[in-house]
Design a protein around this ligand. Structure first.
Ligand SMILES: N[C@@H](CCC(=O)N[C@@H](CS)C(=O)NCC(=O)O)C(=O)O
Length: 215
């Protein structure tokens, strides 16, 4: 049995979604161990250190191995258990875009969003006034424009079919929506609706909220 180590509203939602896209079934093929964030700091609890010294979500336990990094875990799962057609072949013209967007999610997209989150929480002085606030705003505008222009040209980020890059980036675009910033971007709105219409995404949402409620 595979175990997803989960924090509510976190990147571990990517894994539950991927597992459902791969046809794995909650309770039969995988279980979820949910931890609560510290209500004041939103940090992961100290008990997670006992599972892995880095103590961040998600983690995946497979036998006696515990892996971290959502992107690495997704690649691990598809490499070891089959990719269900979510990875273009290296000869496919969409493969370079697949690689780019898969890694862009954690490598570039999250930074301006996190900078903005921390400055808005007042960690860099009065919100909206620090140099960091300006950097975050400019970074987010650049990010949103790049995602929007790509999604105006194609249905999914790496072409006309859904890939694992959309699991990585879909979580980011849903975060943009959750933060109330998607309004001016019709292609991102269309993309979020297409994600939410996927049966695997809907199953994952249900599994995630049920496992959070029973934590
Ligand atoms: N790049 C890592 C980021 C991991 C990460 O920062 N996870 C957050 C949740 S989304 C976390 O555990 N935060 C609590 C903490 O840092 O204490 C990944 O994609 O897995």
């Amino acid at each position: 049995m595979l175990t997803i180590i989960h924090l509510a509203t976190s990147r571990s939602d990517r894994l539950i979604w991927l597992f459902e896209e791969l046809g794995l079934e909650f309770g039969r093929d995988y279980e979820i161990r949910t931890f609560e964030r510290d209500p004041r700091t939103q940090r992961a609890p100290a008990e997670m250190k006992a599972l892995h010294p880095f103590a961040k979500a998600p983690m995946l336990r497979d036998g006696d191995r515990v892996l971290i990094e959502s992107g690495a875990i997704i690649e691990y799962m598809m490499g070891r258990y089959g990719d269900a057609g979510l990875v273009p072949k290296t000869s496919d013209p969409d493969w370079p875009d697949y690689l780019q967007w898969f890694h862009f999610a954690e490598g570039s997209a999250m930074l301006p969003i996190l900078l903005d989150h921390f400055q808005a929480a007042g960690l860099a002085g009065p919100p909206g006034e620090s140099e960091l606030a300006g950097m975050a705003k400019a970074g987010m505008e650049q990010l949103f424009a790049f995602i929007e222009s790509t999604l105006t040209e194609r249905t999914w980020l790496a072409g006309d079919r859904f890939t694992a890059a959309d699991v990585m980036m879909g979580w980011v675009v849903e975060m943009i929506d959750f933060r109330g910033e998607i309004g001016p971007y019709p292609s991102m709105q269309r993309y979020v609706e297409a994600i939410r219409a996927r049966p695997a995404r809907q199953r994952a949402q249900k599994v995630s909220s049920e496992s959070t409620a029973s934590a």
